[in-house]
Design a protein around this ligand. Structure first.
Ligand code: SF4
Length: 365
């Protein structure tokens, strides 16, 4: 960090954080809370941008993918979720292998090179369904990158099929999974998690499943859901647990903060969408705190394209993907389009004065 930048930070707490960053000393959870509560977002952003530029210069990543949400039937019915339903619900669906094939073929015609798969916990779907799905996708396009299933789903598949999580990973990698998307982390703090997703695996178990994936050479993302009932200290705790596991495994490629949308859910957020200051503080604080995770993703579909673009100057280096057929966040009231073209994403990045770099979830261009 240049002396010029350091001297331009006037807020005392942020100055102390900047000095730690310059000396490559990890910031503390108390520092994270200070960052999450500051109103000096330009000074905070300058520190985060310095970290981002050292890692990536002006490179800003995006992907060309489709979302495959194979079923909305879910046993857990988490209060935070607008997407899931019971099997008897009239909006319930489970995609057949034929329907999946058609969706993938249609999206391939648009030039996708990645499929992002997540869905509900549906007891009727056994492991063979998923293996056939994965093999079918690779048959349609042999070099398709498949980023598939949350830690919650892997834990469920293991229990439902009476096999270990290691065995599920081994079989799914053999069938085509290349990486894990990192969903289901929500907020680890039990007091919050027990309200927003009481039946979901604990934060501790989520981290264990990720540790197993990393130990088998599978790279993953890590998410965090904010703008519901969490406090800054819960976010600091979440960041801290992710950073500790990363120190151990080096298996996280990207951290993905996700603003909560509360339409059609049982949890009322303070606001239906997060504020601009809140998004900026969370992204910048994440970039600074998670010095050991290479990428910070600002998904335009969750944040809105304008905020996602601005966040490229506040620590984020990845704007997300084209997301043909996204369903989960739109069920909860997201107002963004349900698909963005490659040209559209490149324009957002170029208009921020940065260089668009097309990639997949493993960041091997
Ligand atoms: S958040 Fe996931 S696990 Fe919870 S109800 Fe929705 S689909 Fe099921």
């Amino acid at each position: 960090m240049s002396d010029y930048l350091l001297n331009s930070i006037h807020d005392k707490k942020l100055r102390s954080i900047a000095e730690k960053v310059a000396a490559e000393i990890p910031v503390t959870e108390a520092d994270a809370v200070d960052m999450l509560c500051t109103n000096h977002i330009l000074e905070l952003g300058a520190i985060a941008d310095d970290v981002r530029q050292k890692l990536h210069g002006t490179d800003s990543f995006y992907g060309v993918n489709m979302n495959l949400n194979y079923t909305n039937v879910c046993e857990l019915r988490c209060p935070l979720c607008a997407y899931s339903c019971d099997e008897s619900d009239e909006k319930a669906y489970t995609l057949s292998l034929e329907e999946i094939e058609k969706k993938v073929r249609d999206a391939v015609a648009f030039g996708i090179d990645e499929v992002h798969i997540v869905g509900g916990l549906n007891p009727r779907l056994k492991i063979e369904y998923f293996e056939a799905m994965l093999r079918q996708i690779r048959q349609i396009k042999p070099d398709m990158f498949i980023v598939g299933f949350t830690a919650t789903e892997y834990d469920y598949f293991a229990k439902l099929n009476h096999i270990s999580v290691e065995e599920v990973f081994r079989r799914f990698v053999e069938a085509g999974v290349g990486a894990l998307p990192g969903g289901g982390a929500e907020i680890f703090a039990p007091a919050v998690r027990n309200i927003i997703a009481p039946k979901k695996i604990s934060g501790k178990r989520w981290l264990e499943v990720m540790r197993i994936a990393h130990s088998m050479g599978i790279r993953t993302n890590a998410t965090m859901l904010y703008n519901h009932i969490e406090k800054p200290s819960d976010i600091a705790d979440h960041l801290s647990q992710i950073r500790s596991l990363q120190n151990e495994t080096k298996g996280f490629k990207a951290f993905v903060p996700l603003p909560y949308h509360d339409a059609n859910t049982e949890i009322r957020a303070n606001r239906s969408i997060s504020t601009g200051f809140e998004d900026i503080r969370i992204y910048a604080a994440s970039r600074i705190f998670l010095h050991n995770i290479p990428h910070i993703k600002a998904l335009w579909m969750y944040l809105g394209e304008k905020m996602a673009q601005v966040l490229l100057c506040f620590g984020a280096d990845d704007i997300g993907s084209t997301y043909h057929y996204e369903k989960v966040v739109h069920a909860a009231g997201a107002k963004t389009a349900d698909y963005g073209s490659e040209t559209y994403l490149r324009n957002l990045i170029e208009n921020a004065g940065m260089k668009p770099v097309k990639t997949t979830s493993n960041y091997q261009m």
